[in-house]
Write a protein that binds this ligand. Sequence first.
Ligand code: ATP
Length: 135
Amino acid sequence: PERTLVLVKPDGVARGLVGEVISRLEAKGLRLVAAELRTLTRDVAEEHYGEHRERPFFGSLVDFITGGPLLALVVEGPRAVEAFRALAGATDPVTAAPGTIRGDLGLEVQENIVHGSDSPESAAREIGLFFPGLG
Ligand code: ATP
């Protein structure tokens, strides 16, 4: 089955939403493969968000994502990348559909609770970055 990297970002951990996110993805049928609570170094954060390096919000995004512990998960299932993106909802929680994690639980475009890889290729890269031991 396909795998994807999911992050419960520092805002989600601080707000006590870890259980809610895991409940939703498990209820959907996705299966946990790996899980670790950790605080990212700036190096790992800048690598993870490398595609946004030139964006005006890059510095703020790195500050936010390194600002406290996050929960990194590898989950698997049929079309796991697309399945989790659908559960997460649109990037901006204000316009994300109700019923999605962001649509139900958030209001801030940066502090939007979760991350999910956006393609199988990104998933492979991100899983390698966060869990180098996973085959
Ligand atoms: P993610 O990659 O975290 O799953 P995404 O793919 O929905 O999110 P991207 O456009 O790749 O969204 O942006 C990456 C992250 O950068 C967003 O999840 C959000 O935390 C932050 N972000 C995006 N746009 C903005 C913005 N305009 N201002 C501040 N932060 C932003």
